[in-house]
Design a protein around this ligand. Structure first.
Ligand code: A2R
Length: 314
């Protein structure tokens, strides 16, 4: 039986990846979390690991000897990356390097999937949409720059050391259980709070014209396991829906499902220092390589995320 190691499994995506592997893959699962985090799952071995601790990364890899490594651990917030660029560089670049170096020292070659971001493409020109994997990278924020760097280092390790490393660029993924630091979850939470009378019937928003490529986190983790089985070493793969949707349209969907009359307030504090107008993935490489298809509509994701917040607030 193959053994999968998920590094950074206590976050939003990790939980869904565990669910999916348990349901659809015949693999044993070892996961890591930060010491202060909690993971309680049946049939899953849970270990503490800070990827900035190089020795700890090596000893965990030597002890567990996984076949597949999903590297999810990251400082994943664009907003925090402006406030704390040093931490973001440390975790997303140095931490990933620690994982790659730990793997390089092993006496066998596990498959590694490095999780990057659609944000790496940054300031994309109109004629470059939908964005292919070989597009020029022009990162527009610190988080994006660190993920672009992780991708480049992953490619170099695959070429220089013959390591079995693949990279994904995941576009915006959303779903129940996501923190309200991310736009869809934030709006759903605000709508659920309004329904419960916990706030004035006004949703505070940032830049509504930005277009992003949203997909359901459950579709995203299916793409990750499909790539683990069928992806080609040294390659990067976009993971997304292939359709950019304006934040305004997302908001309209949420207002449609909300059981309250809600007005919109543009809050200057929510506008990012630099915003990238349109990001949309070309996912033909992922589809061609794995046969993966999107299964969950944005409407369903939004309805379920709103329902999640209703339950959280109950
Ligand atoms: O920051 P925390 O305490 O929430 O922990 C996060 C963890 N993490 C670390 N793990 C090990 N060593 C570190 N030095 C370290 N710093 C942070 O990685 C969290 O539990 C996990 C990442 O989960 P989320 O922030 O919820 O990200 P999400 O949405 O699950 O995204 C997974 C991957 C990331 O690489 C994103 O950049 C990418 O997908 O979009």
């Amino acid at each position: 039986m193959k053994k999968a190691l998920i590094i950074g499994a206590a976050g939003f995506v990790g939980n869904y990846l565990i669910d999916h592997i348990q349901k659809d893959c015949v693999w044993s699962i070892v996961v890591t979390k930060m010491p202060q985090e909690m993971i309680k799952r049946d049939s899953v071995e849970v270990c503490d690991l800070n990827i900035l601790d190089r020795e700890a990364v090596s000893s965990l890899l030597n002890e567990k000897r996984p076949d597949y490594i999903f590297h999810l651990a990251a400082q994943s917030s664009v907003a925090l990356s402006w406030k704390n660029p040093g931490l973001t560089v440390d975790v997303n670049v140095k931490g990933s390097l620690n994982v790659l170096d730990g793997v390089r020292e092993l006496d066998y070659s596990p498959r590694i999937l490095l999780i990057g971001s659609g944000e790496e493409y940054g300031h994309v020109r109109c004629d470059e949409i939908p964005i292919k994997e070989n597009n020029v990278l022009r990162p527009g924020n610190i988080y994006a720059a660190t993920k672009a760097c992780q991708n480049m280092i992953g490619q170099i390790y695959a070429q220089a050391y013959g390591m079995d490393v693949m990279m994904v660029r995941a576009f915006n993924h959303v779903g129940p259980n996501q923190t309200s630091a991310f736009v869809v979850s934030d709006f759903c939470r605000q709508a659920a709070e309004i329904e419960k009378g916990l706030r004035e019937p006004v949703i505070s928003v940032g830049n509504l014209s930005a277009k992003r490529d949203f997909s359901d986190v459950r579709d995203v983790v299916r793409a990750y396991t499909a790539l683990m089985e069928h992806g080609v070493s040294g390659e990067s793969y976009n993971v997304g829906s292939g359709h950019a949707v304006a934040i305004k349209d997302i908001l309209d969907m949420i207002l449609h499902y909300a059981n309250a009359d809600i007005t919109i307030n543009v809050d200057p504090a929510r506008l990012r220092p630099v915003d990238v107008p349109v990001i949309e993935a070309d996912v033909s490489k992922l589809k061609g390589c794995t046969g993966w298809r999107q299964e969950i509509s944005l409407e369903r994701t939004i309805e379920e995320t709103l329902e999640y917040w209703r339950k959280e607030l109950a």
